[in-house]
Design a protein around this ligand. Structure first.
Ligand code: AHG
Ligand code: MN
Ligand code: MN
Length: 329
């Protein structure tokens, strides 16, 4: 008896056929999977090839970039462009939108390597992406789409080998890489209603500089939950999707070192916050910013715009939203 596992591409093919869709999205996703596998390969062989060190330059956010960030960016760009289906891409690593094929169908927003502080330790990182579709009738519209306009969003945890994808109004699914480098065994994910494993996930070192009511809420409520923090959104959110709870990256204000303040939050809207918020919604949860506004409804004005993020189980997001709604700006 031979066991055949359903691969992601088989799964997607079935999905597209069931909904009478074209194969363009399949071709795009094939390029994204190729990119993820190539990044996985570079990660696993990085130490041998001397790729784990700092590249000595800074990215558009002014942060130090490691060699693997740049390699991952080149890899994603190559495969997206080869697919012929992408009009324009926005990458964390490039200041300007990357023009690809003017007659392509999709916009792709990506963070090629999320959690790069984990690289020197060989701990997990991520590759995050969101996809929006062009207006097929009439002239091309805005390439800066709000999360609610995405048609899909996903994240790979590297080199763990998991792939989580949400398809608009069709749920959230997780796959695992096998020995043949295929992502297999779709499992549908829904945030658990059972609070047993609910967790809070945030960088506790910053709590003193949060808006006071957030700090107070944490102090009052944190003992009810587990506390978990890896420091890579992809990894932290991966775990939260299974356990339930709340991931927070609030605005940082009043830091004694002004350079460490993030009054608009640290995470980037288009290729970090909106990606995980889209996935979270398809898994039955939600996400808001510092004003309590749903992340998915925020219209980006800049490709690299930042936002605060409160993400996870509905009940906790609703609870924190009450605190946020009473903040004065
Ligand atoms: P990136 O490596 O793409 O710059 O992203 C890092 C982000 C995110 O992955 C993580 O949740 C967060 O930064 C961690 O920030 P702190 O180190 O401030 O906790
Ligand atoms: Mn990131
Ligand atoms: Mn990154």
């Amino acid at each position: 008896m031979v066991d055949f596992e359903l691969t992601f591409m088989d799964f997607l093919l079935e999905h597209q056929e069931k909904h009478g869709r074209t194969y363009h999205f399949l071709i795009l996703m094939n390029s994204i999977l190729n990119a993820a596998k190539r990044i996985q390969h570079f990660y696993l062989t990085g130490a041998l090839r001397g790729n784990l060190g700092l590249a000595g330059s800074t990215n558009v956010q002014g942060e130090k970039t490691m060699k693997l960030d740049q390699i991952a960016n080149e890899v994603v760009k190559y495969y997206l462009s080869r697919s012929g289906r992408v009009i324009e891409a926005i990458s964390e690593e490039e200041e300007k939108p990357i023009l690809m094929n003017p007659s392509g169908r999709y916009f792709v927003y990506y963070d090629p390597l999320d959690g790069s502080a984990n690289i020197p330790h060989n701990l997990p990182v991520g590759f995050l992406f969101g996809i929006a579709k062009r207006n097929l009738e009439g002239p091309e519209d805005n390439h800066l789409r709000a999360g609610e306009d995405y048609i899909a969003a996903g994240m790979f945890v590297i080199p763990t080998g998991t792939f989580t994808i949400a398809l608009k109004d069709a749920g959230c699914w997780r796959f695992h890489i096998d020995e043949t480098m295929n992502y297999v065994k779709p499992t549908r994910l829904e945030l658990p209603a059972n609070k047993k494993n609910w967790e809070l996930s945030y960088n506790s070192a910053h709590r003193h500089y949060y808006n006071r009511p957030i700090k107070d809420w944490l102090e009052k409520n944190e003992k009810k939950y587990q506390f978990r923090y890896l420091g890579a959104l992809a990894g932290d959110f991966h775990r939260l999707l299974t356990n339930g709870g709340l991931f927070l990256y609030p605005a940082i204000i009043n830091h004694p070192d002004p350079a460490k303040n993030y009054p608009n939050g640290k995470l980037r809207l288009m290729y970090e916050a909106a990606v995980v918020s889209f996935i979270c919604r398809e898994a039955g949860g939600q996400a808001v910013d510092e004003k309590g506004q749903l992340i998915l409804t925020i219209q980006p004005e800049h490709p690299h715009q930042r936002t605060a993020l409160y993400l996870g189980s509905n009940e906790l997001v609703a609870e924190i939203s009450e605190v946020l709604n009473n903040l004065s700006f």
